[in-house]
Write a protein that binds this ligand. Structure first.
Ligand SMILES: [Fe+2]
Ligand SMILES: [Fe+2]
Length: 227
């Protein structure tokens, strides 16, 4: 409710003529509606809105369940969760980035019937940037030029942390091709993650730059502008 303008979403048409007393009663009724909300429904609606905010693709209920099942082992690990501390592109942290790549890779595989092995695809996509440092920080990024070395660093750390199969290790090692010229993708899973990673990285970088530009100029997003 916008008290300053006398606007109320319960009475959108005549709201400008409403007295302060009516505005207060609307506030009370909105409070009552909130207090009667079913907690489970609230959680579900929050989950739905979070999914809507995620870029790109929408998965079916069974697909979401399958993806959760395949990624549960990794997502409950503290080292994987620590990836949210490191910035990846723009404002996206590394955990959010790998989740985006995983979801879109999974979706592409299902929708385009690419026939990739789902456990390998999800493991490779979730751990493809498991290098565990902030590559913007020169003291932490001591392995060499980040773009060239991080696939092998991530692969080594993922192998030490989890018992991953060779096929998933291959997905991680080759995801930066053609930058890593010798490490070329040699499986469907590796090609899917390699290409999806590039598209997602570009999108995250562009959105981050746009957000920063909007903040600098003080110009709100088109959707938030007042008419
Ligand atoms: Fe990467
Ligand atoms: Fe990546």
């Amino acid at each position: 409710m916008d008290k300053g303008a006398g606007l109320c979403y319960h009475h959108p048409v005549r709201s400008r003529q409403r007295s302060a007393e009516t505005v207060r009663s609307c506030e009370r009724s909105a409070e009552m509606v909130r207090s009667f909300e079913c907690p489970a429904e609230t959680v579900r609606s929050r989950q739905r809105s979070a999914e809507k905010k995620e870029p790109g693709v929408r998965l079916k209920k069974q697909e979401r369940a399958r993806l959760r099942e395949l990624s549960a082992t990794y997502l409950k690990d503290a080292r994987v969760q620590s990836m949210r501390r490191y910035r990846q592109h723009g404002r996206t942290d590394t955990l959010r980035h790998v989740k985006n790549v995983t979801r879109i890779s999974f979706w592409l595989n299902r929708r385009l019937h690419l026939g990739a092995d789902e456990p390998t695809l999800v493991t490779g996509a979730l751990l493809h940037d498991f290098y565990l440092y902030d590559w913007h920080n020169k003291e932490e990024a001591r392995y060499g030029l980040h773009g060239f070395v991080h696939p092998r660093v991530a692969c080594g750390k993922a192998r030490r942390a989890f018992d991953i199969p060779d096929a998933a290790a291959g997905v991680i090692r080759t995801h930066m091709w053609p930058l890593t010229l010798r490490d070329m993708p040699r499986s469907r899973e590796a090609w899917i993650v390699c290409l999806t990673d590039k598209a997602v990285s570009l999108q995250e970088t562009l959105w981050g730059r746009l957000a920063m530009q909007r903040e600098r100029t003080g110009r709100p997003h088109r959707r938030n502008r007042r008419r």
